[in-house]
Write a protein that binds this ligand. Structure first.
Ligand code: FES
Length: 353
């Protein structure tokens, strides 16, 4: 997988509800291999905004077999990139786009999928549901929370999927509008999850849960379903806002209190960058950038996973991790934007997947 940016031109711009714009890219034949994706993955976009290199990751909302490569960008308050994209981008513009990434993808072992999304968290989930509808494999049940029907991004498209496919079922939950069913009114908190499970999902078989939206909704749903019906490895999630609190413990309690001057080697595209880095100093990503390494990143907040790399030797701890699954951490993957060395030698590679 390539971590370089490629120039792609915008073939279509569509305005959606809630100040969201869907951007479709034209992928030239020579880049088709690079831009093959799985439903649920995201693209990192880069733009020069008033002289600043700004990067953000956005989930792909088209399905892998549709032949389209489309992301959805919701303009958020003070969002530098999202407002730039919403206000300025037009068909024919050329953007810097990184190849698709991300591990929030369908688990092949799962047959009956429950998807829960809130707001713009629908984006990767829409791609997954289209994928399931097109393949006809398994079932997809969607619980989609929004303030009102008018605020519901992709509502028309989702309604059409619901109508046209017997293996897709959709339930909207509104927090500021009466949906006509008390169970489908309100916010998706733990009590709402219990009501949904007991009434709306009573007869729905579920062997995999996919969550995407704000932290609070994800935590509520994770807590409820892990205590009631599902094992931890059946629950997958992707956070769609910057976390409000540093809730993730640094990895490996044994690392606490360690303070070493580490000889760090960062490998990217077969090139090696070596430097000394103290545990308490800057993160591995920043240190590598300071050495001139063209390392991939986007959010720098432990959310997007673009800076993921693998430890080949030594140990590191992370300040935050909202993106890597436990199994990935066990395999030695780290978010370099959150990582600090805890061993005298640390070798990290961006070339391992
Ligand atoms: S850059 Fe997003 S998690 Fe590190």
């Amino acid at each position: 997988m390539s971590t370089n940016f490629h120039k792609l031109s915008i073939s279509k711009i569509t305005r959606e509800a809630a100040k969201t714009v869907a951007i479709t890219f034209d992928v030239p034949a020579e880049l088709e291999g690079d831009f093959k994706f799985k439903s649920g993955q995201y693209l990192t976009l880069r733009a020069d905004i008033n002289g600043e290199d700004v990067r953000r990751s956005y989930s792909i909302c088209s399905s892998p077999n549709s032949g389209d490569l489309t992301v959805a960008v919701k303009a958020i308050e003070n969002g530098k990139f999202s407002n730039y994209a919403y206000d300025n981008l037009k068909e024919g513009d050329v953007m810097d786009v990184m190849a698709p990434m991300g591990g929030f993808v369908l688990d092949e072992k799962v047959n009956n999928h429950l998807f829960m999304a809130a707001g713009s968290g629908i984006t990767p989930i829409l791609s997954m549901i289209k994928d399931i509808a097109e393949s006809g494999n398994g079932t997809a049940t969607l619980i989609y929370g929004n303030k009102t029907a008018a605020d519901t991004i992709f509502k028309e498209e989702i309604d059409a999927l619901n109508t046209a496919n017997t293996n897709v079922t959709v339930h909207y939950v509104y927090s500021r509008e009466d949906s006509g069913n008390a169970v489908l009114n309100g916010r998706i908190d733990r009590a709402k999850c219990a009501d949904l499970k007991n009434y709306i999902l009573k007869d729905a078989p579920i062997d995999g849960l996919y969550l995407c939206g704000p932290e609070e909704m994800i935590n509520n749903a994770k807590d409820y379903f892990s205590l009631s019906t599902l094992e931890a490895n059946q629950i997958h999630f992707e956070l769609f806002t910057t976390p409000t609190a540093a809730t993730e413990e640094s990895k490996g309690g044994a690392d606490e209190g360690i303070n070493v001057n580490s000889n760090v080697t960062v490998i990217i595209d077969d090139e090696e960058y070596e430097f000394l880095l103290n545990t308490e100093d800057k993160d591995v990503l920043q240190a590598a950038q300071d050495m001139g390494a063209d390392v991939p990143f986007s959010c720098k907040g432990g959310v997007c996973c673009t800076c993921r790399a693998k430890i080949l030797e030594g140990t590191a701890k992370m300040d935050l991790n909202f993106a890597l699954e436990e199994s990935e951490v066990e395999e030695g993957f780290i978010l370099t934007c959150q990582a600090h060395p805890t061993s005298e030698t640390l070798v990290v590679s961006f070339d391992e997947y």
